[in-house]
Design a binder for this molecule. Structure first.
Ligand code: CAA
Length: 282
C-alpha cells in the first residue's frame, strides 16, 4: 500500500493524514471545505514541529511529511488511485452511508474502505457498498500522532485478508493495532463511555465536584486525564451520541446517558471545542 486517501480534515482526519505522511505514504487529504484543508495543514505543521522539538523526527522528516500530503475538495480527484481510504467525516450515520455509497462507485476495485467511526456499525456501512468484504473499521485515538492504539474493527463480512492487511499497515505506522468484532461501541467506547457517564452521574448526584472527581481518577488510577476533562476533550456531543448507540444497540438501561449530559449538549456546552463543558476554555 502506498496511496492513502483521508476523508475529512477535522481533528481526527488531520491526525490520520499526519501519521501516514510521517511514515512516507502519499496522502490525499479530502474535505469539501478549502478553509478546513488550509487549517488542517497548519495544524499538521504545528504538530510536526512538536515532534521535531521532542526529537521524534528531524527537520528533513518534517519537510518530507508535508510534501507527502496533497489536498482535494473533490472526492473523485483524491481517491482515484487509492489503495486505502480512511473516512473521518462527521459522526453521523446518514453522512457516512452516503460517503461510502459514493466511494464504492468512484474507487478502483482494489481499494479498501475504512472508517474511523467511534461507534457506527461497520457491518451497516459495508452493506451499502458492493464490496463489504473490503470495508473495515480503523479507529484511531486522539491525539492521533501520540496514541499507540488502532482499534481494527471487522464487520460481519470483512475478510481475513483485508483484516490482516490493515493490521500489518497499522504496525507500519508504529501503532499497536487490536482486532475486535463489530458490536456497539466496539471495545474502546463500550468500556470508556460507561466510565465517563458514571463520572457525570457522580457529579450530577452531588457526590463530589468536577475537579475532585477528576483528581480521584488521575491520582488514584493514574489516568492522564480525569473522566470529566476527557469528556470535554472528546466532545460532550460525541459522548452523548456514543452512549445512545450503546443504549439502543444493547437495549440495556445501564447505558442510559446521564440527563445532565443531555442537558449540557442541548444548551451548546460541548466541551473544549465550544469553549465550555465541565471546564471553561479561553
Ligand atoms: N501531535 C503531536 N504530538 C503531540 C500532540 C499532537 N497532536 N499532542 C500532544 N503531543 C505530544 C507532546 O508534544 C508531548 O510530547 P512528550 O511526551 O514527548 O513531551 C506529549 O504528546 C504530551 O503532551 P503535553 O505535554 O502537551 O500534554 P500532556 O502530558 O498533558 O499529554 C495527552 C496530553 C497526550 C493528550 C494526555 O493528556 C493523554 O494521554 N490524555 C488522554 C487521551 C485519551 O484518552 N485519548 C483517547 C480519547 S478517546 C478517542 O479518541 C476515541 C473515541 O472514540 C472517543
Amino acid at each position: 500500500m502506498k496511496n492513502i486517501a483521508v476523508i475529512g480534515s477535522g481533528t481526527m482526519g488531520n491526525g490520520i493524514a499526519h501519521v501516514f505522511a510521517q511514515h512516507d505514504y502519499r496522502v490525499a487529504l479530502i474535505d469539501i471545505n478549502q478553509d478546513a484543508l488550509d487549517k488542517a495543514l497548519s495544524t499538521i505543521e504545528k504538530n510536526l514541529d512538536r515532534q521535531v522539538d521532542k526529537g521524534v523526527i528531524n527537520e528533513q522528516g518534517k519537510a518530507k511529511a508535508l510534501q507527502n500530503i496533497h489536498t482535494y475538495t473533490q472526492m473523485e480527484n483524491g481517491v482515484y488511485e487509492a489503495d486505502l481510504v480512511v473516512e473521518a467525516a462527521t459522526e453521523n450515520v446518514e453522512i457516512k452511508l452516503s460517503i461510502f455509497r459514493e466511494l464504492d462507485k468512484i474507487c478502483p476495485d482494489k481499494t479498501i474502505l475504512a472508517s474511523n467511526t467511534s461507534s457506527i456499525s461497520i457491518t451497516k456501512i459495508g452493506a451499502v457498498t458492493g464490496r463489504p468484504g473490503k470495508v473495515i473499521g480503523m479507529h484511531f485515538m486522539n491525539p492521533v500522532p501520540v496514541m499507540k492504539l488502532i482499534e481494527v474493527i471487522r464487520g460481519y463480512a470483512t475478510t481475513d485478508e483485508v483484516t490482516d492487511q490493515v493490521m500489518d499497515l497499522s504496525r507500519k505506522l508504529g501503532k499497536s493495532p487490536v482486532e475486535v468484532n463489530d458490536y456497539p461501541g466496539f471495545v474502546a467506547n463500550r468500556i470508556l463511555m460507561p466510565m465517563i457517564n458514571e463520572a457525570i452521574y457522580t457529579y450530577y448526584e452531588g457526590v463530589a465536584g468536577v475537579e475532585e472527581i477528576d483528581t480521584v481518577m488521575k491520582l488514584g488510577m493514574a489516568h492522564p486525564m480525569g473522566p470529566l476533562q476527557l469528556a470535554d476533550f472528546i466532545g460532550l456531543d460525541v459522548c452523548l451520541s456514543i452512549l445512545r448507540v450503546l443504549h439502543d444497540g444493547f437495549g440495556n438501561p445501564k447505558y442510559a446517558p446521564c440527563p445532565l449530559l443531555a442537558n449540557m449538549v442541548e444548551a451548546g456546552y460541548k466541551g473544549a471545542k465550544s469553549g465550555e463543558g465541565f471546564y471553561k476554555y479561553t
